[in-house]
Design a protein around this ligand. Structure first.
Ligand code: ADP
Ligand code: MG
Length: 805
């Protein structure tokens, strides 16, 4: 009982453990899915960042390209060396170099960024791998837990089988060890959870680092932009100085022209005495004029240069404005990007804190659960220990009881043996006394059995050696369907042997040996003739005929139906039963033959080749017995074989005709069972025959005007049935000559019908009014046969044998 209780407790515990393991598993699964989602989100955000960066880099590259083009155009402009007087200051080298440097620096940065991206990707992949490994290790852990649970279950089953005190102790020890193991596995699981948490924290750190890098790069880019702006301002200053210088030059040249013009005018206004001077002036003036023209040309070129420089300046200013706009756009983008980054970071931090909270909760839950479990186990342990403590004194008591019982059993066995010896002795003496008495009794009993048999035989003989029984066929369902329900036969209540038939307004009562009412069963019919049947085993020849018009139930009475067999089957069963009962005293051999008599021809129904018209001849052994040469007689070992033979006979009978029912009503079917017995102690031999005959229909066919073959058949049937009647009448009249040879049937049955044999005539009649004529004929025939006296029956025993009765 205590084992059962502990088993139940352990079982409950097991179930709780299993549930816990299930909870762990679901928790792990949830955690995993959450982490997967998180990773997916991080990956998406990261990809977005990378895209943004790439687009930023591209836009920066575009700006750089534009700057490069500007620089190239600036570089491509030759300094106005045609004017050695006003050399332009060198604009390009420093700015261009700086720009080139910044471009190369940007490209380097880009490459670095790309490298970083690939590095981050690798990190991400590694993270994933780690995650998978962790998941695998979790699975392994879960498997281990399962194994532990299974082990527990096994232990429990072992507990169930029952055990002693030491086993319980061992169990408790094992349980504590298992608890320890469980605790360890729990701590390992917690460690793994922490690892997972750190793994999940890693991506946020890398992102922060990346953000830092990006911010520094943006600062870098801003600085380079600032430098470029400064460069542009400087370039503007240079351009304005150049303009100012050019304006100064123009002004100087104008003044000079004015001076020259003034000088020219004064020279022209001088008197002729100044002819010489004029001439000189004229001489000199072409050169001056030439120089003037040259100066004017130069002046024009300078003006053109000035205008082109102005245009260039204008362009530069426009470019500057454009680049300022681009810079502002870039700044906006950067600020938006920064906003996004901060938002992302905040989200990330929120997510991380949320995950950490969840993780802590899960860990807390798990630890609480395990603690509770541990507590429960401890309680169970104390319970088991307590029970053990209570069990020990009980065990002691039981041991004592056992030893006292053992001694008692020992004492009892001794006492028992002596008692048995005594009883045996007494029984031996009593048995010897009883055996003497029983020998006496046995002798008396055997004498009584012999007497009983003798009286039985006498009773059978008193009843007559020809017994005429009448069976009334009930009105069947078929008859009712056909509307034939009016009857012409009646019986008197209280009388078992009379039957009254009414025909053509006249009633006639017939007295027979026994009349079976329509409701009589097959069993009742057989019980009436069973003693006659069994007398075959004592060496009597017995004939049982079924007589009556077609459809009156002859075949039903003789063969029966499979679910309710008739006389044939029941007789054979009874014979075998009796033979078994006589086993040891008598040895019997049984042989069987089945023939059909049709149109006065005998045909062997068990023969391999059907032979028409077998002959009946005297046995050449000089015994005066008849025999049928060529007739198959099969020696059978048991009922099963007999049934096989009977169905073979039936099959053979069916193959000879097209309509089995018609044929069976126009031929006699004869089954002969020959039983030869040998008395084991005296050697006496007996030989009896049981002839079971299903006669052809007794109806007078010619009355309905039958002709040809049918008429011939009817005549043959009538002849054989008449011959049967005559034979029986001759026997009754004790005539010297009995006309056995008048028909094949009577000739064949000569041995069994003669003096000293037993015959049962079962006359089947129909109750229906339409059959009243045939019923009357059948009953008349029965009446005739009934009055025949065959004389006392005689046994067939060897001449040297002795009659026991
Ligand atoms: P017969 O051999 O004389 O021509 P059957 O034995 O073939 O007649 O009987 C005709 C029909 O009546 C069969 O269907 C049979 O089963 C049925 N029958 C005959 N006697 C009985 C009975 N005592 N109880 C029930 N049905 C019977
Ligand atoms: Mg029949």
């Amino acid at each position: 009982m205590s084992h059962l209780l502990s088993f139940l407790e352990h079982y409950g515990q097991m179930q709780r453990l299993q549930e816990q393991a299930g909870e762990y598993r679901s928790l792990l699964r949830r955690e995993e899915s959450r982490r997967r989602k998180q990773l997916r989100m991080l990956r998406g955000a990261y990809r977005q960042q990378v895209q943004d960066k790439l687009s930023l880099i591209e836009s920066l590259e575009g700006v750089i390209c534009e700057q490069q083009k500007v620089m190239e155009t600036l570089h491509g402009m030759k300094p106005p060396s045609a004017c050695p007087l006003y050399p332009c200051p060198p604009v390009t080298p420093v700015g261009v170099h700086r720009l080139v440097e910044s471009i190369s620096a940007l490209q380097g940065e880009r490459n670095k960024l790309l490298e970083e991206i690939t590095g981050l990707r690798q990190q991400l992949e590694e993270g994933e791998k780690e995650k998978q490994q962790l998941a695998g290790s979790f699975d392994l852990q879960v498997q281990e837990l399962k194994q532990q649970i299974e082990e527990r279950e096994e232990e429990l089953t072992r507990l169930r089988t029952g055990m002693g005190v030491t086993d319980s102790e061992k169990r408790i020890h094992n349980l504590t060890v298992e608890n320890e193991g469980l605790k360890q596995s729990l701590s390992v699981t917690q460690g793994l959870l922490q690892q997972l948490a750190t793994v999940s924290a890693q991506p946020s750190a890398t992102l922060a680092k990346e953000n830092e890098g990006l911010r520094s790069r943006v600062q870098h880019l801003e600085m380079s932009l600032q430098q470029k702006v400064e460069e542009l301002v400087r370039l503007e200053g240079q351009v304005s100085a150049l303009q100012w210088r050019k304006e100064q030059e123009v002004r100087r040249l104008d003044e000079r022209i004015q001076e020259l013009q003034l000088a020219l005018e004064t020279r022209q206004n001088r008197p002729p005495d100044v002819q010489y001077v004029t001439q000189t002036v004229e001489v000199e003036s072409p050169t001056t004029l030439r120089s003037l023209v040259e100066a004017e040309e130069r002046n024009r070129g300078l003006l053109e240069q000035l205008s082109s420089q102005g245009e260039h300046c204008q362009r530069l200013v426009e470019q500057l404005q454009g680049s300022e706009e681009v810079t502002a756009g870039l700044r906006d983008k950067i600020s938006a990007y920064e906003c996004e980054i901060t938002k992302l970071r905040e989200e990330l931090l929120r997510e991380i804190s949320h995950l950490e909270a969840q993780k802590e909760e899960a860990v807390k839950e798990a630890s609480e659960c395990s603690e509770q479990h541990l507590e429960q186990l401890r309680e169970q342990l104390t319970g088991v220990q307590r029970r053990l403590a209570t069990l020990q004194p009980i065990l002691k008591g039981m041991k004592m009881n056992y030893s006292s019982l053992r001694s008692q059993v020992h004492d009892f066995s001794e006492f028992y043996e002596t008692a048995i010896r005594e009883a045996r002795r007494q029984m031996c003496s009593a048995a010897s006394e009883a055996s003497e008495a029983s020998r006496d009794l046995l002798q008396k009993y055997q004498h009584e059995v012999l007497l009983r048999k003798k009286y039985h035989a006498q009773l059978v003989e008193l009843k007559g050696n020809i017994r005429v029984l009448c069976r009334l066929k009930p009105v069947t369902e078929v008859d009712q369907r056909e509307g034939e329900v009016s009857t012409a036969v009646s019986t008197e209540p209280g009388s078992e042997s009379s039957v009254t038939a009414r025909y053509k307004g006249k009633e006639r009562t017939f007295e027979l040996d026994k009349v079976f009412l329509p409701e009589a069963t097959q069993e009742e019919v057989f019980l009436e003739i069973e003693p006659l049947v069994l007398s075959c085993l004592d060496g009597y020849n017995v004939c049982i005929f079924a007589y009556g018009q077609t459809g009156s139930g002859k075949t039903y009475t003789m063969e029966g139906v499979p679910e309710d067999p008739g006389i044939n089957q029941r007789a054979l069963q009874a014979l075998y039963r009796e033979m078994e009962a006589r086993e040891g005293q008598w040895k019997y051999s049984v042989s069987l033959s089945v023939v059909e008599i049709y149109n006065e021809g005998i045909r062997d129904l068990l023969g391999k080749e059907p032979q028409e018209k077998l002959d009946i001849k005297l046995n050449p052994d000089g015994s005066g017995q008849l025999h049928v040469p060529g007739l198959t007689s099969v020696e059978v070992q048991g009922l099963r074989e007999i049934r096989k033979m009977l169905s073979l006979g039936k099959r053979n009978r069916a193959t000879y005709c097209t309509n089995m029912n018609e044929r069976s009503s126009r031929s006699h079917a004869l089954l002969t069972v020959t039983i030869t017995g040998t008395n084991c102690s005296t050697g006496t031999k007996t030989s009896g025959k049981l002839n079971l005959v299903d006669l052809a229909g007794s109806e007078r066919v010619w009355k309905s005007g039958a002709q040809g073959e049918r008429l011939k058949e009817a005549q043959n049937i009538n002849k054989s049935l008449l011959a049967l009647g005559e034979v029986i009448q001759a026997l009754r009249a004790k005539q010297g000559h009995v006309p056995f040879r008048n028909s094949k049937l009577t000739y064949l049955l000569q041995d069994s019908l003669g003096k000293g044999n037993k015959t049962v005539m079962m006359v089947q009649i129909s109750l229906l009014e339409k059959n009243a004529g045939e019923t009357m004929c059948s009953l008349k025939f029965a009446q005739r046969v009934c009055k025949v006296e065959l004389g006392p029956a005689s046994r067939r025993i060897d001449s040297w044998g002795q009659s026991e009765l």
